[in-house]
Write a protein that binds this ligand. Structure first.
Ligand code: SF4
Length: 411
């Protein structure tokens, strides 16, 4: 950033050597000024000036938790997932702050919740152990949310135990796929067995987790059904779902750039299909919204219960989440089984009652060509999930617009 500011002050970014910057030259073409020299030692970075943004604090939260502080302890990733820009941006390097520096930054954070933004936490196992020890010695207790891989959890479960001593812990996991073929297709260098085992370890240790899956536009109804069944089986109800999106700069972009169906970059938000779908587009979004709705109903019911290790942790998921079949049957019979409603949720303004009656209701196919699918009967504080389809300039039947809060795309 300093070289960029210097260059702008000089009035010409062409002299902004050291900035990784693409400049528009007025004709739409782009120009690169080259890579900035790497700052090898992250400890030389200034301490974050958190007081400058303290007035924004009430606006930020993660998994319903706030006040929240973000903190970076390392940068980069050595893996090479084809949809991910992290390793490209950092040239496959991985750099980290020293444990002493991390503890000093943590000590300056007032918020009880800390989201560690590292793309892959605990990559350096010895450092992860040392960090946990030093945080504990410093008497710091926070609710930590981190992002990591399932193979790391399987190989080093003792790290999770050590970090539990630093307060509470919740983990974002880029599971991406429930099959080895799916993982190979995105070059994840991981296995489906690791994904299952990591969730078991976390459940056993009482640690919350938020998996994220990639939804491939090439899926048919069976693929969606298989993932739904997997979620039912593992109890991974707090999952997020990203539509496979070739982001410019990634390996996936290089292989799929000629197939993209739009160059409206607003659509490249990982909740829209920008590659051709195997199913009719409306059916694809119907399936996608069903997947998201299945998890959000359960996640919000859990949040209403104020479970200490949400999602699930040591607790069982709400009874409503255990069987999709029983939910379907109840809807068919029009039966409300009051005994299934989590107690905490009932006391929270009847939120779970509303969630339990939630159904995915595609709106009518209107004459205007717009339609809307939404979860009705949602509790007042539940995140809104809407999916709207409207005619767009591409000439396809309809180009959907969707808004949803999703998990992060890394690790
Ligand atoms: S998705 Fe995660 S593991 Fe894969 S390259 Fe990106 S940061 Fe690394």
């Amino acid at each position: 950033m300093p070289p960029l500011v210097d260059a702008l002050e000089r009035g010409s970014i062409s002299y902004g050597a050291g900035s990784r910057l693409n400049a528009f030259n007025g004709g739409g073409a782009q120009r690169s000024t080259g890579c900035a020299p790497m700052r090898a030692n992250l400890d030389t970075l200034p301490m974050p000036a958190r007081h400058l943004i303290s007035h924004y604090a009430p606006e930020y939260y993660i998994n319903f938790r706030k006040p929240l502080a973000l903190m970076e302890t390392a940068r980069g990733c050595p893996f090479k997932c084809n949809f991910c820009s992290v390793w490209k941006f950092h040239d496959s390097t991985f750099r980290e702050k020293s444990p002493d520096r991390v503890v000093a930054e943590l000590a300056a954070i007032e918020a009880p919740n800390v989201f560690i933004t590292d793309d892959i936490f605990w990559l350096d196992v010895r450092r992860g152990e040392e960090l946990a020890k030093k945080i504990k010695e410093a008497g710091i207790k926070k609710y930590f949310t981190v992002q990591t891989r399932t193979d790391i959890i399987c190989k080093f479960p003792h790290l999770i135990e050590m970090w539990k001593d630093c307060g509470q812990l919740s983990i974002f996991l880029g599971l991406e796929s429930i099959t080895d073929e799916g993982l190979d297709a995105v070059n994840k260098s991981n296995t489906a067995a690791n994904n299952v085992r990591a969730l078991s370890i976390l459940k056993e240790l009482g640690v919350g987790f938020t998996p994220n899956f990639i939804v491939d536009p090439a899926w048919d109804h069976d693929d969606f059904a298989r993932l739904r069944a997997w979620i039912e089986e593992t109890g991974a109800y707090n999952s997020g779902f990203s539509v496979l999106t070739p982001l410019p700069g990634t390996d996936l972009w290089e292989t799929a750039r000629n197939q993209v169906t739009t160059h409206d970059w607003e659509m490249f938000d990982i909740i829209h299909a920008v590659l051709p779908t195997k199913l009719p587009l409306a059916d694809f979004y119907e399936e996608y919204s069903r997947l998201c709705g299945m998890c959000w109903r359960c996640a919000t019911a859990c949040a209403a219960r104020r479970a200490p290790t949400s999602p699930w942790g040591r607790r069982s998921p709400p009874a409503r989440c255990r069987s999709a079949r029983s939910r379907r049957d109840e809807h068919r019979q029009g039966v409300q089984q009051a005994g299934d409603v989590p107690q905490g949720a009932r006391t929270a303004g009847g939120a779970a009652d509303a969630a339990n009656t939630a159904v995915l209701t595609p709106g009518p196919q209107p004459r205007t060509g717009r339609h809307q699918a939404r979860i009705s009967g949602r509790p007042a504080r539940e995140p809104v999930w809407t999916l709207k389809c409207s005619p767009r300039a591409t000439g396809r039947v309809s180009e959907p617009r969707a808004t949803q809060t999703l998990g992060l795309r890394s690790a």
